[in-house]
Design a protein around this ligand. Structure first.
Ligand SMILES: *[C@@H]1O[C@H](CO)[C@@H](O)[C@H](O)[C@H]1NC(C)=O
Ligand SMILES: *[C@@H]1O[C@H](CO)[C@@H](O)[C@H](O)[C@H]1NC(C)=O
Ligand SMILES: *[C@@H]1O[C@H](CO)[C@@H](O)[C@H](O)[C@H]1NC(C)=O
Length: 474
């Protein structure tokens, strides 16, 4: 155990580097093969060179991690969990390590395991954005119109009243908000009465104007310097998307100064690479992870005229064209909302267990939320049920593709409200929110597409979080 623990402290960095190199070799080779198909065969010598360098890299990789791998193989897929358990609980980067060891391990024959882990699966994008046309009706969209609570008026005599970003939705209002019909619901950005201070998530007018002009948005956020800035891989993004898609990275002032101190300074237009940097002042929650759920879920409010949006966590680098992603995951599947499933877990019970075991959040708060959901009809995921409404009840929510249709927007608001009311662990509320929305609107279709985690890896490359200043847990 001691050795293993030692490993987990020392190796993540180096391991990341080797894996990245390996991955880039693989990417390179894939690109070459693809190019080969288009422009004739790769020359024999180049092939030899890369096979050789791949072999060298692989042997370095093995010699450094051989023991670790052996350990995993002997213990099977669960060893990573045990390792995480043995180390200090909050470290998110360790979770990611655990994750890469976990990935589909149980399904794969052991010999294959090593290679399979890092391969994303095939996503058959169109060759180019030049050939596609936005379909007029790509899904049977439910039409209704939702308004949002803009301001809460409470009697000024109520001294205890404190305005909050999420508002003070009663349970009765919460229940009604699930109906897909013309009405007014809570969806963040709730202001207090005149004279009260801002409830947070303050943006510059100029940035708001910019964001209002976007018809397709790709966004991400870093709050509390929790991550490095991962720029989308420019050469994999079409000129069309560069011209027509807004790439917005929300940061707080702390992150902004951290980034500047590292030489990541925005240009005259406020861009770093493709990212337009938008500074958020007066964060609405003490919990940075909860604050991160504002841009994650509420893109339809932040980009009010956008018709599509893509969310990615800051631990991911976008390595595919956003319009091709929208075409593939929404138009081609006739969906309004696409999210990947979890790499191993499908049942909320398991997810709750893991969250508590890794001490992800205040345990009492997790129990409160989970008990509430069980009393309101949440049931276990049953793989043998032929009428399963979802391929998994646990999402890997780091990548979301959305059309801003009424149902999709409603779902985003409802999911956000759960995070506002309960814990920031959105994997816990996903299935409940979805199933309740479906249950209460059996006459209204909502086209949610859950894609495979390996597909997500074809769109975005996973990195470790920055290791300093873990966000407060409350
Ligand atoms: C709901 O709102 C839409 C758009 O504003 C409107 O066309 C429709 O008539 C409304 N439906 C009802 C039942 O009020
Ligand atoms: C944990 O959550 C419970 C219930 O929401 C709350 O009463 C308690 O104060 C929280 N504990 C901490 C340390 O935040
Ligand atoms: C579209 O949805 C409506 C309900 O909103 C349903 O009555 C209709 O049959 C659906 N049409 C198709 C083609 O699925």
């Amino acid at each position: 155990m001691a050795f293993v623990k030692h490993n987990s402290e020392v190796l993540p960095e180096r391991r990341g580097v080797v894996v990245d190199k390996l991955q880039s070799q693989i990417d390179h080779s894939l690109r070459n093969t693809r190019r080969g198909r288009r422009f004739g065969r790769v020359s024999g010598r180049r092939l030899l060179i890369w096979v050789f360098s791949l072999a060298v890299l692989f042997s370095i990789y093995l010699s450094v991690f051989g023991f670790n791998m052996l350990h995993v193989n002997m213990d099977g897929g669960h060893s990573s969990l045990r390792r995480v358990e043995g180390s200090s609980a909050h470290d998110v980067s360790r979770e990611i390590r655990a994750r890469s060891f976990d990935d589909e391990a149980s399904e794969q024959p052991r010999k294959k395991l090593r290679r399979q882990r890092f391969f994303p699966c095939e996503v058959s994008f169109l060759d180019s954005v030049n050939y596609f046309i936005e379909p007029k009706d790509f899904a049977n969209i439910s039409e209704f119109s939702v308004q949002y609570v803009e301001r809460e008026e409470r009697s000024l005599h109520d001294n205890a009243f404190k305005p909050g970003f999420g508002g003070h939705q009663t349970l009765e209002e919460r229940e009604k908000s699930f109906y897909a019909r013309n009405h007014t619901i809570y969806c963040g950005f709730v202001k207090g009465p005149d004279g009260f201070q801002s409830t947070g998530f303050d943006l510059e007018e100029e940035d708001k104007r910019y964001m209002s002009s976007c018809s397709v948005a790709v966004s991400s956020c870093i709050f509390g310097s929790s991550d490095f800035l991962r720029r989308p891989t420019s050469k994999l993004i079409s000129e069309y998307s560069k011209r027509n898609v807004c790439f917005v990275m929300f940061v707080d002032e702390q992150t902004l100064s951290k980034l500047s101190s590292e030489g990541n300074v925005a240009d005259d237009r406020g861009h770093i690479g493709l990212w337009k940097i938008v500074v958020v002042r007066n964060l609405p929650y003490k919990d940075m992870r909860k604050t991160g759920k504002v841009p994650k879920f509420l893109s339809h409010r932040l980009f009010p005229s956008s018709r599509y949006s893509i969310w990615l966590d800051s631990k991911l680098r976008l390595v595919a064209d956003p319009m091709l992603i929208i075409e593939y995951f929404l138009w081609r599947t006739g969906s309004e909302y696409a999210i990947s499933n979890h790499y191993t877990r499908h049942c909320v019970w398991e997810e709750v267990f893991q969250n508590k075991r890794l001490n992800k959040y205040n345990l009492t708060a997790i129990d409160e939320q989970f008990n509430f959901y069980q009393s309101d009809g949440l049931v276990k995921f049953d793989q043998s049920d032929p009428d399963l409404p979802l391929p998994s009840y646990v999402p890997e929510g780091s990548f979301i593709v959305r059309a801003h249709t009424p149902m999709s927007n409603l779902f985003s608001c409802l999911w956000f409200n759960e995070v506002d009311r309960f814990t920031s662990r959105d994997q816990l509320s996903f299935a409940y929110t979805y199933l309740k929305l479906k249950r209460m609107n059996s006459d209204r279709p909502f086209h949610l597409y859950m894609f495979k985690d390996c597909e997500r890896r074809a769109l975005a490359k996973l990195f470790h979080h920055r290791e300093l200043s873990p966000p407060p847990v409350h």
